[in-house]
Design a protein around this ligand. Structure first.
Ligand code: PGA
Ligand code: ZN
Length: 426
């Protein structure tokens, strides 16, 4: 970044587009005085955590079932754009602070995390273009203000091969059943493993006469008797490939337990009686003994802190216990988790917090405390590949972009192939 280009903002324009679930979302374009431009869109979750920044929806039942984002578009075009015009797009912290001050709430409910994030990301894309720098390099320089991070590797992908919970049409309680290549695998090889195991899983479902249509994140959404059955299908699928379970590839789960927790208990189809928190921890101990999971996300509810601490104490040495709904990419919640040793990893989703600067602050805090990082998509996505560049920029250990199928998922995996090739040439 030797020469200083003109990165002053000329215009900011949002529009309503569709996401991968036929719901509206925002796409925002920032044009600089120098003519360079950047566009970004925001994703949306289905299994929303209580502590996430809130997205602005029109709630007009006559349009898109209330899911329209015309108000959010108007906020960008009429409220944010006039304040941002003339400001320096390369000063991400100042741009984000200006929007946070205008919103004035802790959870961004005035202006909406979707409005704010679309601008925050598009500003960075435009500035990177003005510097004629690849987005991941530009973001890496920005992130290095928070935490110096050399660009070394492509994060390891974790593939959501079977979709349950709020993402599947089937009957599984757990939301995501993952296969995870060993971190030692070069990215292109890890992607190939994911794709081959995906195809192998399809064959096994066909052989068993099970439904093999796909859920929201591109993974299969079969009806099965138990959640354990899904893990067995993945084990069988891996056995039918040359990859060795426990050496080349591992299993992972996003339980998303908040979304089936009732009162103080967890009811799943693997046992008729509901589990107390203590019993559910014992269930995971047994699951761990039989399946040797590598990743275990949201095994307990987002407010069940004491149980998170107990589970991490028992299992944290052998499985990476990941907080998603628990932490909501939120600095205060991450601090609490670090103090209380409640988990070993954080799922990082830009739209859970709403600005790039806050995302960087949370990520830096995690890295400084040896909390492993997983940069993640949402179940409702667009073809935007920003998070692929972002994951490389912050050098997260893992990325979670869904199954290696469906355009909005594959776009991100393919972007990582491009970046891998570029890094190899440098
Ligand atoms: P969501 O699910 O995007 O529907 O919230 C993703 C996750 O829970 O990790
Ligand atoms: Zn999750």
């Amino acid at each position: 970044m030797a020469t200083q280009p003109n990165t002053n903002i000329y215009s900011v324009t949002a529009r309503e587009i569709l996401d991968s679930r036929a719901n509206p979302t925002l796409e925002t374009t920032v044009i600089l005085e120098s003519g360079y431009r950047g566009t970004a869109s925001v994703p949306a979750g289905a299994s929303l955590g209580k502590y996430e920044a809130v997205e602005k929806r029109d709630n007009d039942a006559k349009r898109y079932g209330g899911m329209g984002v015309q108000q959010a578009v108007e906020i960008v075009n009429a409220t944010l754009a006039p304040k941002l015009t003339g400001k320096n797009a390369a000063d991400q912290a100042a741009i984000d602070k200006l929007m946070l001050d205008l919103d004035g709430t802790p959870n961004k409910k005035n202006l909406g995390a979707n409005s704010i994030l679309s601008v925050s990301l598009a500003v960075a894309v435009a500035a990177a273009a003005a510097y004629r720098t690849a987005l991941y390099r530009y973001l890496n320089v920005q992130f290095s203000v928070y935490e110096r991070t050399p660009l070394e590797r492509i994060p390891t992908p974790t593939f959501n091969i079977i979709n349950g919970g709020k993402h599947g049409a089937g009957n599984l309680d757990f939301q995501e059943f993952h296969v995870v290549p060993a971190t030692s695998k070069p990215y292109a090889e890890a992607l190939r493993m994911g794709a081959e195991i995906y195809q192998s899983t399809k064959k096994i479902l066909l052989y068993r006469n099970a439904v093999h249509s796909v859920g929201d994140e591109g993974g299969f959404a079969p009806d099965l008797f138990t959640n354990q059955d899904a893990l067995e299908i993945l084990t069988e699928a891996i056995r039918a490939t040359p990859y060795r379970m426990g050496v080349d590839v591992f299993l992972g789960l996003d339980v998303a337990a908040t979304h089936f927790k009732k009162d103080r208990t967890y009811q799943i189809k693997d046992r008729p009686a509901a589990y107390t928190s203590a019993e559910f921890i014992d269930y995971f101990k047994e699951l761990q003994r039989t399946n040797r999971l590598l990743l275990l996300e949201d095994p307990l509810g987002e407010d069940d802190w004491e149980s998170w601490k107990a589970l991490t104490k028992e299992l944290g040495g052998e499985v990476l216990v990941i907080g998603d709904d628990l932490l909501a990419t939120n600095l205060d919640r991450l601090k609490k988790a670090i103090d209380e040793k409640a988990c070993g990893a954080i799922l990082l989703k830009p739209n859970q917090i709403g600005t790039l600067s806050e995302f960087f602050a949370v990520t830096a805090m995690a890295k400084q405390h040896d909390i492993k990082c997983i940069v993640s998509h949402r179940s409702g996505e667009t073809n935007d590949t920003f998070i692929a560049d972002l994951a490389v920029a912050v050098q997260s250990q893992y990325v979670k972009f869904g199954a290696p199928a469906r355009g909005e998922r594959v776009a991100k995996y393919n972007r990582l192939l491009q970046i891998e090739a570029e890094l190899r040439q440098q």
